[in-house]
Design a protein around this ligand. Structure first.
Ligand SMILES: *Cc1c(COP(=O)(O)O)cnc(C)c1O
Length: 382
């Protein structure tokens, strides 16, 4: 269905009427096993860790949305990251972004480093840093763009050129943009990863992750890891994400509109200091963001003009519509303190070195009426 517009793909991708009843919505195949006619004679379904029709429908939807040949879904975003790293061997090196989701950093540095995989963290906004960190042992580049929480932009096409030149894989965490705003495989990446918990699911009611790839061998390797390690989502969760995807385009349009208005409003507020949002024309990464994204999304971070941690904590506790919570990408607006919440697993010195200050506030702008959201922030900032 690659020829259709993404708005149409959101509604139709991966979904075919159920062969048994014609049900227009993919049924939740809540089963662990499948009855065989004779030993090893079956309909292609043996055991639900390996095959489930609801999961397969979602996997093809993800593939279509990312202009990919194959999709794979996992029980969480970090489980999908875990599967990618399990492609590697002890001694292999990974060059990763120094500003990325805290849980990715924790998985790399606290779980996989002890199995002998070496992670090098560089500022990927300058692609020369990536090229400089590559050695003959490098097997994978891992980037996130825009980054969480500082909204830094990395040039996906430039990094994929480096990956191809050195014969290494490039994986892009595309969670913040969603497939509606950015398609890394089309820009030359080998693997795209999402926390489907966020914009794909979109309703803060499910934990899930996914990968999309074009290469058949890579798909076979990742499918082998998926079924061998077993981090598969249940069919009910797959149904919820399939349902969430049906409104991805309309949700993202509103996230982008609301995000733009709030980013500009914050920037003009006398009590607000730096505002991090990829759509400001004077941003370092603006030209690249404009080129590789179809919009700038609903994620915004900012600090107060006086940079006070106390003041920031007061603002974080004073909003009524913006709920103080981790996560992002749902229909409702959230406010979060990265230093003590989502990014607390990154050592403080690392955080400060990368520009993530203790007073930073992150917003996931929802799809409520924007004036109500601005009024809420106005009374909280004071
Ligand atoms: C949330 C998130 C993850 C992890 O996904 P889970 O579904 O929470 O396991 C990875 N990357 C980014 C950018 C995220 O925001």
């Amino acid at each position: 269905m690659a020829q259709h517009h993404i708005n149409t793909k959101c509604i139709h991708a991966g979904v075919t009427p159920d062969p048994t009843t014609g049900a227009i919505m993919t049924p939740i195949y809540q089963t662990s096993t499948y009855v065989q006619e004779a030993p090893a004679t079956h309909k292609g379904y043996e055991y639900a860790r390996s095959q489930n029709p609801t999961r397969f429908a979602l996997e093809s939807a993800i593939a279509e949305l990312e202009n990919a040949k194959h999709g794979l879904v996992f029980s969480s975003g970090v489980a999908s990251t875990d599967a990618v790293i399990k492609l590697l061997q002890p001694g292999d090196e990974v060059v990763a972004a120094n500003d990325m989701y805290g849980g990715t950093y924790r998985l790399f540095s606290k779980v996989f480093a002890k199995f002998g995989i070496v992670f090098k963290y560089v500022d990927t906004t300058d692609v020369a840093n990536i090229a400089a960190a590559i050695t003959p042992a490098t097997k994978l580049l891992w980037i996130e763009t825009p980054t969480n929480p500082l909204m830094n932009i990395t040039d996906i096409a430039a990094v994929s050129a480096i990956a191809k030149k050195h014969g290494v894989l490039l994986c892009v965490d595309n969670t913040f943009a969603s497939p509606y705003l950015q398609n890394p495989l089309t820009l030359g990446a080998d693997i795209v990863m999402h926390s489907a918990t966020k914009y794909l699911g979109g309703h803060s009611d499910v934990i899930q992750g996914c990968l999309a790839v074009n290469d058949d061998t890579l798909r076979e390797q990742l499918y082998f890891i998926q079924k061998s390690c077993g981090a598969v989502p249940g069919p009910q969760d797959c149904f919820l994400v399939l349902r969430g995807i049906k409104t991805l385009h309309v949700r993202m349009q509103r996230h982008c509109e609301n995000g733009e208005k709030i980013a500009h409003w914050l920037r003009s507020h006398p009590k607000v200091g730096q505002v991090y949002w990829p759509g400001f024309e004077d941003n370092k990464g603006y030209a690249i963001a404009k080129q590789q994204m179809r919009g700038f999304g609903g994620m915004i971070s900012f600090v107060l003009a006086n940079d006070s941690v106390e003041e920031a904590k007061r603002v974080l506790s004073s909003t009524h519509l913006f709920a103080l919570a981790e996560s992002l990408g749902g229909v409702e607006s959230l406010i979060n303190h990265p230093a003590s919440m989502t990014h607390a697993s990154i050592p403080r010195e690392e955080r400060l070195k990368n520009g993530l200050s203790d007073s930073l506030i992150r917003l996931s702008v929802g799809i409520e009426q924007v004036d109500d959201l601005i009024a809420d922030l106005a009374q909280a900032i004071g």
